[in-house]
Design a protein around this ligand. Structure first.
Ligand SMILES: Nc1ncnc2c1ncn2[C@@H]1O[C@H](COP(=O)(O)OP(=O)(O)O)[C@@H](O)[C@H]1O
Ligand SMILES: [Mg+2]
Length: 380
């Protein structure tokens, strides 16, 4: 028997055992599969193939380790994760637990008001997800369909993740957050089933948002692809995105976010996948002013400080930069108050001190790159 046959056989056995919750045998089979894969990587011609095989072996080892953990935590988490009316979970029994390991199910409380600026984006989301729910008859008459795919792209720290959560909070949707890192380490051989489970779980809720942050690491331009996991995950996700939209009974909003849109597979960007590609830019003056209000007003603040003027000086700063600046401005008088026992406040000097050693985290080259990409995306 070749190493390849050994690998295939043990992997299949390992995954089957894992699905059945037979953690001890799963672990042994997966370790054997990993060992065979290490052997195959030694036989591989060329560095690329060798690396890909080593990666696969590494993931199998992780999976085997997971079985070890699962043995101790599985019972507890399975019960905690299962809702009484979750027919699917009861039917499929143990196998849903593997999905629970990587699907993060949340009910965010964040609202649009917590996100400064981005009014156009918020309005667009209202059109897709909020108005159709509030006025179903009108939506039907005007043939407005709820749901679909929205890709948020823009420089880091501009509120993409926040906005996705706030959307869920705004419409009281269940928020399925997928971490590409988990997908890549835990989906060995199970990508298809997992994606199906994800879409099924989302369809079982009255409203759902499926959110993939850093989506470029999951659907990178194909030339960057190394492993067989990716080769199967990519088409499956694309297919899933189209499929759920056609089923159409339960509106699901599919949101992706990326700081590096040019690394995305062009197939993801085709019409029908992400219908809407939304540029999330650096905050404008009004948005910066609003952020300062959000992050300073509830703190002891010298009333003489002019937030409009401060906002003007923060051109080029991202939301995350401004948040950080405000936190630091609060830390200084806080520590002083602790030391002296006398309650101080955020004064102009404090703000000046903090400003003096802050600079925007997003470079102008990066901004140019985004603007070029967004023009190109708009005309594509
Ligand atoms: N538009 C915004 N309004 C309010 N806070 C923001 C905004 N953008 C960014 N922030 C702050 O920066 C942090 C990081 O934002 P995040 O949503 O993770 O950015 P991104 O996903 O675009 O990289 C947020 O937790 C928040 O504190
Ligand atoms: Mg983010």
């Amino acid at each position: 028997m070749t190493s390849w046959d050994t690998f295939e056989r043990y992997r299949t056995k390992g995954l089957d055992a894992r699905r059945a919750g037979q953690w001890d045998s799963a672990r042994i089979y997966l370790l054997e599969a990993a060992r065979a894969m290490v052997q195959l990587s030694k036989e591989a011609q060329g560095e690329e193939l060798r690396n890909a095989r080593q990666d696969t072996a590494k993931r199998l080892l992780e999976l085997a380790r997971d079985c070890e953990d699962a043995k101790t935590t599985h019972r507890k988490s399975k019960i905690a994760n299962r809702k009484p009316n979750d027919a699917q979970a009861t039917q499929e029994g143990e196998s849903t637990s593997s999905a629970d390991q990587w699907i993060v199910r949340e009910k965010p409380t964040l609202r649009f008001d917590d996100v400064a600026g981005l009014d156009d984006v918020k309005e667009d989301i209202r059109l897709r997800m909020i108005y159709p729910f509030a006025h179903p008859e009108l939506a039907e008459k005007f043939d407005i369909r709820a749901g679909g795919g929205v890709l948020l792209y823009g420089p880091p720290g501009t509120g993409k993740t926040m906005l996705a959560k706030a959307t869920a909070g705004e419409i009281d949707a269940t928020f399925f957050r997928i971490s590409p890192a988990d997908v890549l380490s835990k989906w060995v051989g199970e990508a298809e089933q997992n994606i199906k489970k994800l879409f099924d779980a989302a369809a079982a809720e009255p409203r759902s948002i499926i959110f993939i942050d850093e989506i470029e690491s999951l659907v990178p331009a194909r030339r960057d692809e190394g492993s067989s996991v990716m080769q199967r995950v990519v088409p499956q996700i694309l297919q899933g995105m189209e499929g759920f939209d056609k089923k159409g009974t339960v509106p699901i909003l599919f949101m992706g976010a990326t700081n590096v849109p040019w690394q995305l597979d062009s197939a993801v960007l085709r019409p029908g996948r992400f219908d809407e590609k939304v540029y999330i830019p650096l905050p404008d003056l009004l948005a910066r002013q609003r952020m300062l209000a959000i992050y300073l007003k509830h703190r002891p603040l010298d009333p003489a400080i002019d937030l409009t003027q401060l906002a003007q000086r923060l051109e080029g700063f991202s939301g995350a930069d401004i948040r950080y600046l405000c936190d630091r401005a609060a830390t200084i008088p806080f520590l002083k108050s602790v030391a002296t026992g006398e309650e101080g406040q955020i004064t102009r000097e404090v703000i000046e001190d903090v400003l003096a050693d802050s600079k925007p985290s997003v470079s102008s080259e990066m901004l140019t790159r985004f603007e070029q990409w967004s023009q190109q995306a708009a005309s594509a």
